[in-house]
Design a binder for this molecule. Structure first.
Ligand SMILES: Cc1cc2nc3c(=O)[nH]c(=O)nc-3n(C[C@H](O)[C@H](O)[C@H](O)COP(=O)(O)OP(=O)(O)OC[C@H]3O[C@@H](n4cnc5c(N)ncnc54)[C@H](O)[C@@H]3O)c2cc1C
Length: 419
């Protein structure tokens, strides 16, 4: 699709949040000839979108809350370094989210969630190629496969539910001998017992540059990014909303809320109280010289990926439930680094580490669509582990909705009213 020329009579749209999700929606709207203003006190792409593992993952049809996960909660509390951990000090405020998370882990619900994800995921690579092409950043995306490694037979057995669910959703997964994995990636140490290849994905070698590219193209097409926090949002009877920012109040016929993990209070003000929480994740960047890995590698039992990126090898993942305010636990980044070095003994020095806040709904589905019962107020947040994967697709769907076009997908599973 080609972008239209800027048009002074274009209908204005406000987008709250300049992460990859907000910027993808903003550019999708702007290139259709809308006049888009994005509000964010931070520069584009510097929230959760900065530090992810970079995988655009059409295979990600398995929610976080698999059946039986409740039995893991005591272990999550006892071991603060486990791949999925809960911070004791934050346990009580987390209980309502955890209860919904547990409810969503019933087999029938997991199946329904997986089907809903599968309705979006086949579109994600084409949507990204189109949007990154528009922004001139398609070169940041590499097509390839992910190599999954399993450190123990127990880890392999535990993964069977997910592997089977993927197969049922038509995701090709090829189990390969561990020796074949070592042939594909000779820098790996033989510290795993099983391996599998998942083809047909893309990965991004610089997620921050990807979002900055969207922002640059938005501006080139006449869109605006204002460094202002939206402090309050009031829906209007005639549709749209009034936004109060550091810069004053302004009225909009169409507003898109895409403020990632911080969307909850604004969603409630706009008439959509939703149980949005956060799954904190970490990354460590290691020097990988001329490149130790030829493809992303997932250490399945430790819950993280190692992705070769422009700025080094990014070892990113794990889940820590602990809210938005608690400081980072440096031991978690250290644990990722230790595991990465065990697997890749030739990895170079540590370059940096990072914590990010995934915007996570307890059922692993984003909130996408209108605020029920209101006109001109659109929701696009809560993408959890899949914000990069889904951003271009959900941005396009949002542009369809604002233009009153049928997005060609059943949005009921993503409704804010599902809880
Ligand atoms: C370790 C880790 C690895 C990951 N790996 C992957 C991966 O490989 N593939 C994948 O698809 N996903 C991955 N993810 C998830 C992905 O990064 C997130 O889902 C995605 O970045 C969320 O994007 P967002 O735009 O919704 O949020 P953010 O990037 O956090 O952006 C939200 C923006 O809203 C702004 N904001 C907040 N409040 C306000 C306000 N009141 N007014 C205005 N602006 C506001 C913030 O400043 C921020 O810029 C990973 C996440 C982590 C933590």
């Amino acid at each position: 699709m080609n972008a239209r020329e800027p048009d002074s009579s274009a209908q204005p749209v406000a987008v709250i949040g300049a992460g990859v999700v907000g910027m993808a929606a903003a550019l999708s709207l702007q290139r259709e000839g809308r006049s888009v203003t994005v509000f964010d006190p931070e520069p584009p792409g510097e929230g959760c979108s900065l530090g992810n593992a970079g995988i655009i993952a059409p295979y990600a049809v398995v929610p976080v809350q698999t059946p039986g996960i409740l039995w893991d909660v005591p272990g999550m509390l006892i071991d603060p370094l486990s791949p999925l951990a809960v911070r004791w000090a934050h346990f009580l405020p987390l209980v309502p989210w955890l209860v919904r998370f547990a409810r969503a882990s019933r087999p029938s619900r997991v199946d329904a969630v997986s089907k809903a994800l599968a309705s979006l995921l086949p579109r994600v690579r084409d949507a990204w190629k189109d949007l990154a092409g528009e922004a001139g950043t398609a070169g940041l995306l590499i097509d390839g496969e992910v190599l999954m490694l399993f450190g123990s037979e127990k880890g392999w057995r535990d993964a069977q539910f997910s592997l089977d669910l993927r197969r049922r959703r038509g995701v090709p997964t090829e189990e390969i001998p561990a020796a074949e994995a070592l042939r594909l990636e000779p820098a790996l140490a033989p510290v795993f017992v099983r391996a599998a290849l998942i083809p047909d994905l893309s990965w991004c070698v610089d997620p921050l540059a990807l979002t900055r590219g969207l922002a640059g193209r938005l501006r080139a097409l006449g869109g605006e990014i204002r460094a202002e926090r939206v402090r309050a949002a009031r829906p209007r009877v005639e549709g749209g909303a009034v936004l109060e920012t550091d810069g004053g109040a302004s009225a909009w016929d169409d507003v898109v809320l895409a403020a990632g993990a911080w969307s909850r209070p604004l969603a409630a003000m706009l008439g959509a109280p939703v149980p949005l929480g956060t799954e904190r994740g970490y990354h460590v960047m290691l020097d990988h010289g001329a490149g130790l890995l030829g493809r992303p590698v997932n250490l399945n039992d430790r819950g993280f990926y190692m992705t070769p990126m422009a700025g080094g090898l990014r070892c990113a993942g794990t889940v820590e439930l602990g809210g938005l305010d608690a400081p980072a636990d440096p031991r978690r980044a250290d644990a990722i680094e230790r595991q990465a070095r065990r697997l890749l003994p030739d990895a170079g020095g540590k370059l940096s580490d990072w914590i990010g806040f995934r915007p996570s709904m307890p059922d692993s589905l984003p909130v996408l669509g209108p605020v029920p019962g209101r006109r001109g107020v659109w929701l696009n947040f809560g993408h959890g582990h899949l914000g990069l994967t889904l951003a271009a697709t959900c941005g396009r769907i949002t542009a369809d909705l604002v233009a009153a076009r049928d997005p060609g997908i059943d949005l009921a599973p993503f409704s804010a009213a599902r809880f």
